[in-house]
Design a protein around this ligand. Sequence first.
Ligand code: AMP
Ligand code: GLY
Length: 425
Amino acid sequence: MNVLLIGSGGREHALAWALAKSPKIEKLFCAPGNGGIAAVATCTDLAVADHAAVIAFCNDNAIGLVVVGPEAPLVDGLVDSLQAAGILAFGPTKAASALEGSKGFTKDLCRDYAIPTAAYVRCTNVEAALLELQTRSVPIVIKADGLAAGKGVVIAQTMADAEAAIKDCFDGAFGGAGAEVVIEDFLVGEEASFFVLVDGRKVLPLATAQDHKRVGDGDVGPNTGGMGAYSPAPVMTPDLIQSTLDEIIEPTVKGMAERGTPYQGVLYAGLMITDKGPELIEYNVRFGDPECQVLMARLQSDVLDLLLATAQGTLNDVSAKWDAAPALCVVMAGEGYPGTPKKGAEIKGLDAASETDGVTIFHAGTKLDDNKVVANGGRVLGVTASGATVKQAQERAYQAIAKIDWPDGFCRSDIGWRAVEREQA
Ligand code: AMP
Ligand code: GLY
């Protein structure tokens, strides 16, 4: 089968690497891809926002499945266009992508199906939002309703910060995404991510992971797309996984189907494990980045079988096998990230680093220039290691990083600290 993967990040390199291992793959294409994906797939400069062009490419190249990596093309309705053209696609429709595309939509679904989540209110103008704020206390969470590249959430410690966040949103700091604001209570606990595949009705649990969103060691500094991750997340015990499935995932899947917008694709639940149990912070309608890197490092089943069964509505017929050994990914980013990163320098030592025991290096913001790997983005590499313990995986990832020669790059030095502390307790 020929497959087209959409995207250019570390998530897509991990998916391409896993797909390329499938004996059923004949040709793997990626649009647009990156310097690392080019080693396992044919990268093409297809304009992904031009749905007619994507459909024409699929027809010209006998594509049997399109796998959509990032949220933007999903929220933009790429899967709807492909389906209308009779092309099989992995990922939710535009309507079902509202689970990520509108925080207010998801909160209302939680209300209607009694899904545990922080108490909230939706506001469509600045006056109403400021009035609501007066009835609440800090810390309080202010969220732009729409997609804001992970930047639309402010945890305000003072009323003045909360007011400023509300005004920023309605002043257009996040464009159309901020035309509506969700104000919600602050949840206390440990965060974890849980991934499941959904084929419209049936849920196939995948695995748990934990991300490190802040840029600095010790979880300080501005939020990023994610500076590192590991899987599994030890905080997610089998009991907590079961209650997440029963109280959060299953009612969501049922609700989406009942509303006539069944969910098909991977569903990523961002959870807060509070003293009352798991509560939903948010949904994403795609794999996490860098969580996908650690999931693919642990997946032993053929990923193509899983993605195909999801898209075809036959998840009952497949199962997912996982390596019990943990995997950990350390992100290397260009100096300046999450602000403007330094780009353009050559990255050396990648071959030697990849030879470290248990290590696979996924590229995110790289490009090939005369066969040299050059930094070309904010998050640039995801150095991913497996190990008998999180500690061993962590050591291997940092051993590999020590062999990478890229003066403009930096990484956190404490990825996995919570799990390592648990292992040593
Ligand atoms: P989101 O984009 O909704 O995942 O929010 C980004 C981050 O903000 C989350 O990963 C949490 O760390 C934090 N966050 C969001 N909502 C809440 C909440 N209600 N209580 C505490 N932290 C939150
Ligand atoms: N790493 C967080 C995300 O993919 O949203």
